[in-house]
Design a protein around this ligand. Structure first.
Ligand code: RFL
Ligand code: PHB
Length: 390
């Protein structure tokens, strides 16, 4: 079995790459370890940058996203009950974000791949990568309990943080960078109308909270919790009480409802300083994880794919290998910017130290500066909506 580009992972990165390559007439095939139902129901991110929506539009997969996605032109930042609206469209020459659940993105991309006859092998787990330093690499994978091989020209490891791709970069060929934080995010999806038209990021002495949404009837919330805490420690009433307390400001009324889904995700920053070796290329969470506070993970994955598709298309169309060689460098400029912004948002809104600690005073000072400085607001806004080019 042979294809030109073998893609591991049917997440936003792998699916977008397949669609871009197919559009350019380059054969590819996706191996995905889970079932279609599983990948289409995984609840994760919800914030799409304009660049991401633009790419989905170019791919002709944004019909439902444009109908059902919610365009936002501002965001509310809150510090101990005091609120500040950042009108990011005004500050960035009209740029905005769209709220649309990642599982809806994945459903749309999977449907488009299948419609365009791009093969996705579900429940096929990549196991080992071979000969990545040659022009004829191959993947060994397991499907239906049987070991199989897929030969290709290139391997695109879009297999997420826990995937195998990164493990096949030659030892010593890259530096990795990481930080873990002493907290996690408890996320819920609830059957309740949003209590705010715009997202609210809030610092509270008990910890961070985020009010996000999915539709007129479904809201999404996150709470900072300790790394040691388990879902069992958080029954529904404790979650609603904490959200109420942390999001409080005079006149604000939190709408509650049935909780449809709950999960806890550790907050971490991770990245590889090199995202390629020979004919193996990493993209998305396979190469980097950012704290979710800026809503960037999915957007960064798609930004990598733009570069990777461009490089592969140049190779197949004209034999030009320059963009393949500069792939990591091209991606890393944005990745470092996003790492910094996500870290900044995380440090600004999470409970890090005691009330009179240095950390707390720095957080307070940043928020007070945001209140008076259009320049500081503009910097936050342009990173939040996503830099057009970097
Ligand atoms: P994905 O979406 O993780 O997709 C990788 C795919 O690869 C498959 N896979 C394999 N397939 C075959 N063989 C193997 N050996 C394989 N190993 C793995 C997996 O099954 C999966 O289908 O990576 P991608 O495409 O790079 O997309 C990145 C985004 O998913 C990610 O950045 C965001 O969702 C991060 N993230 C969040 N970002 C936000 O901006 N806001 C959020 O609220 C938010 N919540 C989250 C998140 C990530 C989470 N993870 C990774 C556990 C919540 C969670 C729970
Ligand atoms: C979400 O809606 O899931 C979301 C929005 C903004 C973030 C993180 C997650 O910063």
């Amino acid at each position: 079995m042979k294809t030109s580009v073998a893609i591991i992972g049917a997440g936003p990165a792998g699916l977008s790459l397949a669609l871009l390559l197919h559009q350019a007439g380059i054969p590819c095939l996706i191996l995905e370890r889970h079932s279609r139902a599983y990948v289409e129901s995984r609840v994760r991110a919800g914030l799409l940058e304009q660049n991401t929506v633009d790419l989905f539009t170019e791919l002709g997969v944004a019909g439902r996203l444009r109908r059902e996605g919610l365009e936002h032109f501002g965001v509310i930042l809150s510090f101990e009950g005091e609120r500040l609206r950042i009108p990011f469209d005004e500050l960035t020459g009209g740029r905005h974000i769209t709220i649309y659940g990642q599982q809806e993105v994945v459903k749309d991309l999977v449907a488009a791949c299948l419609e365009r006859q791009i093969e996705i092998r579900f429940e096929a787990k990549a196991w080992e990568l071979h000969r990545i330093e040659t022009e004829a690499p191959y993947i060994q994978y397991i499907q239906d309990g049987t070991r199989k091989s897929l030969a290709c020209d290139f391997i695109a490891a879009c297999d997420g943080f826990h995937g195998i791709g990164r493990k096949f970069l030659p030892p010593g060929s890259y530096i990795d960078y990481q930080t873990s934080y002493p907290f996690s995010w408890l996320g819920i999806l609830a059957e309740t109308a949003p209590s705010s038209e715009e997202l609210i990021y809030t610092f509270h002495e008990e910890g961070f909270a985020l009010h996000s949404l999915r539709s007129d009837a479904i809201s999404r919330f996150y709470l900072q919790v300790d790394n040691t805490e388990k879902l069992e420690d958080w029954d529904d009433s404790r979650i609603w009480e904490s959200l109420e307390k942390r999001l409080f400001t005079p006149g604000f009324k939190l709408q509650t409802g049935r909780i449809l889904e709950k999960s806890i995700t550790p907050v971490r920053s991770y990245m590889t300083g090199t995202m390629q070796s020979g004919r193996l290329f990493l993209a998305g969470d396979a190469a980097h994880i950012v704290p979710p506070t800026g809503g960037k993970g999915l957007n960064l994955a798609v930004a990598d794919i733009r570069w990777l598709a461009k490089a592969m298309i140049a190779f197949y169309k004209s034999g030009d290998e320059q963009k393949l060689r500069s792939y990591s460098q091209d991606c890393l400029r944005r990745i470092w910017r996003v790492q910094d912004f996500s870290h900044f948002m995380t440090q600004l809104f999470h409970r890090i130290g005691e009330r009179e600690s240095l950390e707390y005073r720095l957080q307070r000072s940043k928020f007070d500066y945001l209140k008076i400085s259009r320049a500081y607001q503009t910097s936050l806004a342009e990173n939040y909506v996503g830099l057009k080019e970097i």
